[in-house]
Design a protein around this ligand. Structure first.
Ligand code: NAP
Length: 283
């Protein structure tokens, strides 16, 4: 055990706010990283109800909490009450990470960057050479679409509710982002499954698995279960697949960099929460 096994009067405090948040893997992930690097930092989960985002941010200021992760349902409200926003957080209108610069609280969003890092390093995908279909039009789809578009990918967003896909395209206002029909999945190099379908046993498939096969990559942002039915079907058709563990880890790693200025020990963080990349090569 190192000398920082217990918090001290000098311990720097960080937190995640959300509701629900008691299931969060972030405390174990970050605290393992701090311990591995011998840093006297501590990360805790704080349940904060919908409607209390502003009060929570005031608390962060008053308590000298040095960094904050933000999850559902506060990402949009926190974007409205911090002092400054990074360009990505401003464009998304959503914050998943807050850092302090003196008295100033700055909202960041690391979800999209985490996704792009995970596909580059884990799957050998080069966004700048890729035709991508993003399935879904919620917060995760928006973050991934913006990061991929900024990295030079050509992206079509498809969603059950077409209006929401059109809204994302309008918000991005980039030449390389459009919306089409689900059939465009068959022409994609990379398909990102960004709906919530696949978490429950009785969920329908998010799209027809016959649209995907050899020579294509599917990343399902879900990581619980480790392999969703659509990912299993895509693998059976010869596609390269991966789950959302890579994005989860890399977005946390980016938060770690933002707060500490240190490189995150990603292997330690992954091992600490027992997460497995459900991945195959499509061979
Ligand atoms: P969200 O904002 O609630 O969006 C949900 C999306 O799922 C929408 O596109 C919605 O379509 C679609 N959907 C829900 N039920 C559907 C159904 N019955 N049929 C067709 N489409 C349906 O959620 P989110 O925050 O974007 O998260 C989406 C997924 O990404 C979740 O599974 C989450 O766990 C995962 N995620 C993973 C990470 C990671 O680090 N790996 C990070 C963030 C999120 P409509 O617009 O038509 O309702």
């Amino acid at each position: 055990m190192n000398e920082f096994a217990l918090p001290t009067a000098k311990t720097k405090l960080l937190a995640v706010i959300g509701d629900p948040v008691r299931h969060s893997l972030s405390p174990v992930m970050f605290n393992s990283a701090f311990r591995a690097l011998g840093m006297d930092w501590l990360y805790v989960a704080l349940p904060v109800k919908l409607g209390s985002s502003r009060a929570a941010i005031d608390g962060i200021r008053a308590l000298d909490i040095v960094g904050l992760s933000v999850t559902t349902p506060h990402k949009e409200m926190v974007a409205a009450v911090v002092d400054q926003l990074s360009p990505v957080a401003r464009k998304l209108g959503a914050v998943n990470c807050v850092r302090r610069s003196g008295e100033v609280l700055i909202g960041e969003n690391t979800d999209g960057k985490g996704f792009v890092e995970s596909v580059r390093s884990g799957l050998g995908v080069e966004p700048e050479r890729s035709n991508v279909v993003v399935v879904g039009a919620g917060g995760a789809a928006r973050a991934v679409t913006l990061a991929l578009a900024e990295a030079g990918a050509t992206i079509a967003v498809v969603n059950r509710t077409k209006d929401k896909a059109e809204k994302i395209v309008g918000q991005m206002a980039m030449e390389n982002v459009s919306t089409t029909g689900f059939e465009s999945i068959s022409d994609a190099d990379l398909v990102v499954q960004a709906t919530s379908l696949g978490m429950r046993n009785d969920d329908p498939l998010p799209f027809d698995p016959n649209l995907i096969g050899k020579g294509q990559t599917l990343v399902d942002l879900i990581y619980h279960p480790e392999r969703t039915p659509i990912a299993a079907a895509a693998a059976a058709h010869g596609a390269q697949i991966a789950n959302g563990v890579g994005m989860l880890l890399h977005q946390a790693g980016e938060q770690f960099r933002i707060w500490t200025g240190e490189e995150p020990p990603l292997n330690v963080m992954a091992a600490a929460v027992g997460l497995k990349f459900a991945q195959n090569t499509g061979e």
